[in-house]
Design a protein around this ligand. Structure first.
Ligand code: GRF
Length: 190
């Protein structure tokens, strides 16, 4: 699931292709038609489904459509790789322990929107990213992987975001692998 640029989505696809992640990305859902993630999926040959939140009456009905889609495809795990919408229990309960999110802060610090802006405003010297399971409380589910980066003098939103994203691309595939392992989804090759 992605809403914007899609660099984390592409990192997952690449990790699968290089067998750094024992899983394959089989489907991308976007909510913004034509977004960068959608363009990346077309280049990478991965099917894209657009579920535009503007066409749904509620968060719950959007999440119902997401669940229908994932069940039709038959996925084992769902990754919110830059999905800029709050999800409801409809999706969370359909994929218990199977819904992974990437967040640009060292949780539990700076939950919610604009975590990078919050970190800059707070003047922290260390920031980073967290891959975690999604629970009903926003950005509060079980932590799977984290990486820290320094905040350096002169940093702005863009420079810090770039430093954090480089680490997101590294830890998100690791976290998906860990989530799959916890669920017993990984099988040795015959
Ligand atoms: C990432 O920084 C992620 O932490 C946040 O949204 C951003 C998505 O970036 N949730 P991209 O679309 O994967 O490039």
């Amino acid at each position: 699931m992605a809403s914007g640029n899609g660099s984390n989505f592409e990192a997952l696809v690449e990790a699968g292709a290089r067998q750094l992640l024992p899983a394959q990305v089989v489907s991308l859902v976007v909510n913004n038609p034509g977004c960068g993630a959608s363009q990346r999926a077309e280049r990478l040959g991965i099917g894209v489904t657009c579920l535009n939140h503007r066409s749904f009456a509620s968060r719950d009905s959007l999440d119902g459509a997401l669940v229908d889609h994932f069940q039709a495809v038959g996925v084992d795990l769902v990754v919110m790789a830059g999905w800029m919408r709050i999800v409801t229990s409809r999706l969370i309960r359909a994929y218990p322990e199977r819904l992974v999110n990437i967040h640009p802060s060292l949780l539990p610090s700076f939950r919610g929107v604009d975590a990078i802006g919050q970190a800059l405003a707070a003047g922290v010297r260390l920031s980073g990213c967290t891959a975690h399971l999604v629970s009903e409380e926003v950005d509060a589910g079980r932590i799977l992987a984290q990486a820290a980066v320094p905040v350096v003098p002169g940093d702005n939103h863009a420079t810090l975001a770039r430093r954090i994203q480089a680490q997101e691309h590294r830890i998100l595939p690791l976290a998906v692998g860990l989530a799959a392992e916890r669920l017993g989804l990984l099988h040795s090759q015959p």
